[in-house]
Design a protein around this ligand. Structure first.
Ligand code: MCA
Ligand code: AMP
Length: 481
């Protein structure tokens, strides 16, 4: 039973905690607002959070954690299908939202508490146990709807303290980012991280190179982003000396959620003299490895295991790779206090995810260099796509496409994309070859049901999908069609 937010009780009350555009909260005001909310949430169990990139989301999650409730962040752009699944699966007692936020009918059925970011109440004592659930974050698998990863309070505290160690991250740091607040990267690292350290986070509302430059030139010390954001910074750098100066000034530029292309890493280094450091994590494991602030930021590597994380590479037959030769490829498996406890309501999936000795199978393939640096070289599942740093399951998009009357058969793959890492490609056999559904129509169809980032960017028509003798779609053959 230890506090997740010691700075709320002990930190300088006048210090800025949260800055979302022109709206700010000091530690004193955040303690008051989150404390007032926590009092209303006593005994709530599980609460949904309408996770718009605004001050209220940070207050809502802080208040829920102070109350010992588990927060279920919702992507406000999710479609009714996806929201319906998450709400049925997680059964929250109520939803927390900013005053005036319009909620879709599928969420509107829940009791609602409008979050008052400027309320004042006493700071409660954090009574929850370290193993109690803190967050339930939905993450896509290869097939079926997303699964809710149950993250205990212990995992949050451990991962953030390990990152503080690796990055020399303190309460003096001012973090800037424009990440969404319904995933681990933006919410756990990007909001709870600064709050645990007693430092400040400035959220851009929406990522832009201009916003990054402005904040880094105005006292921000750290930047977090997905590779797509660093790609956009690299693209903007040649014509933007202000941005180059801003990035050069930062104490730490950190990338994660997907592989940062070496080309973008090198372009940023050449223009700013600064190397972006990479860390590697997952919704289920939080952070596993990182390049350390005092280590060598070698392009294409994700650094070394964080304190407390046991990491091994394992061959197909279960043999552990012991050679750090930079060549032998194995699956990354991890064990430690940073891990989730289960997939909500999915004991089958939880059991399948762990080995008999308690290691989590990440599905990521890697090598280790002679000095222990981990280099990720691929992923086991072809049916998982990383686009813009979002993990997207091919199966959920295929199911959505098949519900369109113009689609007879569908297969979804990821193709390399300079901006997004991978772009979603839909291969469809139209019900009527004479009038196949348009690409935009199919994109809207998927965006409305699931979420805009899951929409196909490219649609290709085929007469038939390539299948093996068993009738299984041969996805690898699609690239050659
Ligand atoms: C476009 N839009 C649409 C449609 N088409 N909306 C509805 N229907 C459509 N058919 C909207 C989009 O929603 C978006 O709106 C806008 O048009 C532009 O879309 P797009 O160009 O696709 O993307 P983008 O907005 O430029 O996004 C790039 C991005 C984004 C900012 C890099 O992909 C992003 O925020 N990625 C971060 C993902 C992330 O945090 N992953 C962490 C998970 P609008 O702009 O208003 O949204 S991984 C994790 O947590 C682990 C632990 C880890 O290791 O970190
Ligand atoms: P998610 O489940 O959305 O949290 O995504 C986790 C996945 O993102 C991991 O399993 C990796 O495949 C990928 N990932 C995260 N960080 C990195 C990184 N720095 N380099 C390469 N892949 C990464």
């Amino acid at each position: 039973m230890s506090s997740l937010f010691p700075a709320l009780a002990d930190g300088p009350r006048e210090g800025v905690a949260l800055r979302f555009g022109p709206r700010t909260l000091t530690y004193g005001s955040l303690a008051g607002a989150a404390g007032a909310l926590a009092a209303r949430l006593a005994g709530a169990g599980r609460v949904a959070v309408w996770a718009v990139p605004e001050l209220e989301t940070a207050v809502a999650v802080t208040g829920a954690l102070l109350a010992g409730a588990a927060a279920v962040p919702l992507n406000p752009k999710s479609g009714e299908r996806e929201l319906g699944h998450i709400l049925t699966d997680s059964a929250p007692a109520l939803v927390l939202a900013p005053p005036g936020a319009e909620l879709p009918p599928v969420v509107g059925g829940l009791p609602r508490i409008d979050v008052d970011a400027f309320a004042a109440g006493p700071l409660p004592e954090e009574r929850a146990a370290d193993g109690d659930p803190a967050l339930i974050v939905y993450t896509s698998g290869t097939t079926g709807p997303p699964k809710g990863a149950v993250l205990p309070r212990r995992a949050l505290a451990t991962t953030l303290d390990a990152l503080a160690d690796a990055w020399q991250w303190t309460g003096d740091d001012v973090l800037v980012h424009g990440l969404p607040l319904f995933h681990v990267h933006g919410l756990v690292l990007g909001v709870l991280g600064p709050l645990r350290r007693g430092g400040e986070v400035r959220h851009l509302g929406r990522f832009s190179p201009e916003g990054v430059a402005r904040e880094l030139n105005d006292g921000a010390t750290m930047l977090f982003g997905v590779p797509t954001m660093y790609h956009r910074l690299a693209e903007a750098l040649p014509g933007d000396p202000e941005l180059a100066g801003a990035l050069a000034r930062a104490r730490l530029l950190v990338s994660g959620s997907a592989a940062l292309p070496v080309h973008d890493h090198e372009r940023i280094a050449a223009a700013t003299g600064r190397r972006v450091i990479e860390r590697y994590g997952m919704t289920e494991t939080l952070m596993n490895t990182s390049v350390r602030a005092d280590g060598e930021a070698r392009a294409g590597t994700v650094g070394v295991p964080l304190p407390g994380v046991e990491l091994r590479l394992v061959e197909e037959d279960g043999t552990e790779l012991t050679a750090w030769d930079g060549e032998s490829v194995g699956e990354i498996q991890v064990r430690g206090p940073n891990l989730f406890t289960e997939y909500l309501n999915r004991p089958d999936a939880t059991a399948a995810a762990f080995t008999a000795d308690g290691f989590f199978r990440t599905g990521d393939m890697a090598v280790r260099e002679s000095d222990g640096y981990v280099r990720i070289v691929g992923r086991k599942a072809t049916d998982l796509i990383k686009s813009g740093g979002y993990k997207i399951g091919a199966g959920e998009i295929e199911n959505a496409l098949l519900e369109h009357p113009g689609v007879r058969e569908a297969a979804v793959t990821g193709e390399p994309d300079a901006d997004l890492g991978e772009r979603i490609v839909a291969w469809i056999v139209p019900a009527d070859p004479e009038s196949p559904p348009g690409a935009e129509e199919l994109a809207d169809h998927v965006a409305r049901r699931l979420a805009p980032h899951k929409r196909p960017r490219v649609v290709r028509h085929l007469d038939a999908l390539p299948r093996n003798d068993m009738g299984k779609i041969m996805k690898r053959a699609l690239a050659d069609v």
